[in-house]
Ligand binder design. Structure first.
Ligand SMILES: O=C(O)[C@H](CS(=O)(=O)O)OP(=O)(O)O
Ligand SMILES: [Mg+2]
Length: 236
């Protein structure tokens, strides 16, 4: 099995996903938030790229959620903080989500046979599901504003480490994959500190969302594996 890591959305040409399983990673914060929403019992998450698309889908009991410039979009029900996605707020609800990087990355990966959502929170479960799907795997790091993001690279490394532990045969990977595996191994117990020091971490701290970094740093706290079915992410 071959693992390819793509370090940001601009590199993600649609043919790179053909016949593969894609795992989309946006640790701060979209993919961590999607995991939290399904964990809290949301019926599903519809990722959309623009605020206008989200507003157009504010019908039939849907909630609309998302951020621009790290802040909840005016008139939306929820922002992009995992903490907001509690059972009280989302149980049984369909949530339309738009974020700066994460939901755009999910759309880039749509050509894949299977699209999963990965984060530090659900890495082991996500790796297990991806292996069961028996395709080569592309790890798409959403990055931030079309640049590599440390937190997403770290998560790609963790996912590769989990895949290696679970796979019955050796895995091949591209050079970025090897580099991200090394990054993850070198992090040791300093994952939270690395996220704090990342560009996105600093931006979130500046915008009053520093608490989310701690939650998004926690490794393997969830067994939820969001998977695209039609236009919606649901629990696998
Ligand atoms: O809301 C977030 O955490 C980020 C904001 S920013 O673009 O990194 O400033 O969006 P996301 O799409 O979750 O990366
Ligand atoms: Mg991000």
């Amino acid at each position: 099995m071959h693992i390819e890591v793509i370090s940001n959305v601009n590199e993600a040409q649609s043919e790179r996903f053909t016949h593969r399983t894609a795992i989309v990673i946006d640790v701060l914060r979209a993919t961590s938030t999607i995991v939290a929403a399904l964990e809290a019992g949301a019926a599903g998450i519809v990722p959309v790229e623009t605020v206008l698309e989200a507003r157009a889908l504010q019908t039939g009991g849907n909630l609309i959620a998302g951020e621009r410039f790290c802040r909840k979009i005016p008139g939306f029900d929820l922002g992009n903080s995992p903490e907001e996605f509690t059972a009280d707020n989302v149980l049984g609800r369909r949530i339309v989500l738009t974020t700066t990087n994460g939901t755009r990355a999910i759309h880039k990966a749509m050509r894949a046979d299977h699209v999963l959502v990965g984060s530090l929170n659900n890495a082991a479960a996500c790796a297990r599901t991806a292996l069961e799907l028996r395709r080569d795997i592309v790890l798409l790091c959403a990055g931030s504003h079309d640049e590599f993001a440390l937190e997403d690279g770290l998560c790609a490394g963790l996912l590769i480490s989990e895949l290696q532990q679970l796979s019955p045969s050796p895995l091949e990977m591209n050079d970025i994959g090897s580099a991200m595996l090394g990054l993850y191994k070198s992090a040791g117990t300093a994952i939270h500190e690395m996220l704090q020091s990342s560009t996105t971490g600093k931006r979130l701290n500046k915008n009053g969302s520093g608490r989310d970094i701690e939650r998004c740093s926690q490794v393997n706290i969830s067994g939820i594996v969001p998977r695209m079915q039609g236009d919606m992410l649901v629990q696998s």
